[in-house]
Design a protein around this ligand. Structure first.
Ligand code: ZN
Ligand code: ZN
Length: 279
């Protein structure tokens, strides 16, 4: 695995499959990653741990290092924030159980949102969602609203029913700091996903004290001034940087157009390598 972490290795540490709100199956995401020239990826579905074993996978004759992970939702001061969690080896059963509980709660909040919207033709969560096997997200509800002809498009559905300002979709009950502590207690490596700058300025000290290790500061389309500010905040709190596209497969941008090189996320790679030594 160490060979896969040399300085020029091409990473994408933030990808979604159709087990949450992505378009492609987990297996297809791996195929797209290899076709796009990526060498190390993490499959980070919403509140769902990676289904296949982490480690080197041979895809179309080429090696791809898959890290186990998830993107956990947590609340801090009424904001829903996302935490990326990575595991260098197998994902511990305790963390998987936490993810299943999060997904069961997602199914409950989906049903509650359907009740609050109060329109006909919106199906309630099925057995796989209720048992925590898949993650229901706002996108699923937006798609159901379009299907039932209550919205013209998913963006119209978000605008009319699903934005935070409408208050229709309840927050999950896990606190963001609780998510950080729990992930760390299972040996997970943590990074704050797509952190908004004002929230970083307000909360980073609290989150670093809870055990946050990284900031996702390398993302497609970021302004260089924002990236510089995030780097400065990360440095001040002794955090490393991570990078990922947050690829869901819905846009026409192919996976692999955005890549992060190992030398850009050196601190993360060092922690990952040290953890690999211990496995
Ligand atoms: Zn996110
Ligand atoms: Zn994401």
């Amino acid at each position: 695995m160490k060979d896969a972490l040399r300085a020029s290795t091409r990473f994408d540490l933030h990808l979604h499959s159709n087990r949450s709100d992505g378009r492609f199956s987990a297996e297809e995401v791996l195929e797209h990653a290899v076709a796009g020239g990526l060498e190390v990826i993490a499959l980070t579905d919403h509140d769902l741990s990676t289904p296949m074993p982490p480690g080197i996978h041979q895809i179309q004759g080429r090696p791809l290092l898959l890290l186990g992970g998830a993107e956990i939702s947590g609340v801090h001061e009424d904001h829903e924030l996302h935490l990326l969690v990575y595991f260098p080896g197998q994902i511990p059963e305790g963390f998987r159980a936490f993810c299943r509980a999060q997904c069961r709660e997602r199914a409950q909040r989906y049903a509650e949102a359907v009740r609050r919207i109060g329109l006909r033709g919106l199906p309630l969560p099925g057995p796989r969602a209720r048992s925590g096997e898949i993650a229901l997200t706002r996108l699923h509800l937006a798609q159901a609203l379009v299907e039932a002809k209550h919205a013209e498009s998913t963006s119209d559905a978000f605008r009319r029913y699903l934005s935070d300002a409408r208050g229709i979709v309840p927050h999950l009950s896990t606190m963001f700091t609780e998510g950080i502590r729990l992930a760390r207690s299972f040996g997970g490596i943590t990074s704050w996903a797509h952190p908004p700058l004002p929230a970083v300025e307000a909360y980073l000290g609290t989150f670093a004290a809870a055990g946050l290790q990284g900031l996702e500061a390398i993302r497609p389309g970021m302004k260089s001034t924002d990236r510089r500010r995030l780097r400065r905040h990360a440095r001040q709190h002794g955090l490393f940087l991570t990078g990922g596209s947050d690829w869901h497969g819905w846009s026409r941008h192919d996976l692999g157009l955005f890549q992060v090189q190992a030398h850009e996320i050196r601190g993360f790679v060092d922690v990952l390598s040290a953890a690999v030594e211990l496995i």
